[in-house]
Design a protein around this ligand. Structure first.
Ligand code: NAP
Length: 255
């Protein structure tokens, strides 16, 4: 049952939502997990407490991705936390999950340069440089998973800035795969559809019905369902999958 025994992982944006679910699942599989967060220290500590209650190991690392020096700050914190717990700074699994949504509630005419800059900086630029610099810690056979969104494969104009930046993230997956292959490091995109991340909108029956109708299963996803797919991509079982787009939308993209 411990398919990630003796492995280590970093999950960005793991204080809440899907990132928390991924941290819990990777820790359940045996990995020591670095739980990155931006502001919400209490929630990040709660993720660690949940991991520990389930018998796993995790620690928090604060870094607001997209701000100057954040990638270096994050990797220093991760390396220090791993050395303390495992005696080594080796990082087997990197999950780029944190994101800016850039949701405007309006069509493309309401998108500002600031929204575009924020989306690209957090959703594409930060993961790119995190991968580039984390490669010093990632051993041969490592795993990288980029969490994108089904919105890159289905028109959703009110999220155009966010979708553009997630498209850029998916290009990192594609173009880095052959570069990483000689070291047997895989890199894949996992794209969730609408997933209950604990936001109050999921308590609104009318909104929930509309969101549910997007999936062929007529419901929204659970964070554990996305986390299970990320855990597969992070496991040895997925060693023959790289550069790929893994649809975790519950059939939302079937049309
Ligand atoms: P969420 O519940 O809003 O949680 C966001 C997480 O990211 C929090 O841990 C937050 O930390 C962290 N974060 C935000 N900005 C950050 C930054 N600049 N640097 C570091 N951490 C940052 O998000 P979610 O809905 O679970 O989404 C997780 C991933 O799935 C994202 O990539 C998102 O695009 C993707 N996704 C989600 C859905 C969905 O329906 N939920 C659908 C498709 C794709 P703090 O707690 O400190 O703020």
């Amino acid at each position: 049952m411990s398919r990630l025994q003796n492995k280590t992982a970093l999950v960005t944006g793991a204080s809440r939502g899907i990132g928390r679910g991924i941290a819990l699942r990777l820790a359940q599989d045996g990995a020591v997990v670095a739980v990155n967060y931006s502001n919400n220290e209490g929630a990040a500590k709660e993720t660690v407490a949940l991991v520990e209650e389930a018998g796993g190991r995790a620690f928090t690392v604060r870094a607001r991705l997209g701000t100057p020096g954040a990638v270096e700050q994050l990797l220093e914190g991760v390396a220090a936390g791993l050395v303390e717990r495992t005696g080594s700074s080796r990082l087997d699994i990197l999950v780029n999950n944190a994101a800016a949504t850039g949701f405007t509630g309006a069509g493309p005419s309401a998108v500002t340069e600031d929204i575009i800059d924020n989306c690209y900086t957090v959703n594409a630029k930060a993961p790119f440089f995190l991968i580039q610099k984390a490669l010093e810690l990632i051993p041969d056979g490592g795993r990288i998973v980029n969490v994108s969104s089904g919105v890159t494969h289905s028109a959703f104009p009110i999220q155009i800035a966010y979708a553009m930046s997630k498209g850029a993230l998916e290009q990192i997956t594609l173009h880095m795969a052959p570069v990483l292959a000689p070291r047997n490091i895989t890199i894949n995109t996992v794209a969730p559809g609408i997933t209950d991340n604990g936001d109050p909108v999921f308590q609104d029956p009318e909104a929930l019905e509309q969101m549910s109708a997007l999936s062929v299963f007529n419901r929204v996803g659970e964070v554990s369902e996305v986390a299970d797919i990320v855990a597969f991509a992070a496991s040895d079982d997925a060693r023959w999958v790289t550069g790929s787009f893994i649809d975790a939308t519950g059939g939302t993209l079937l049309g």
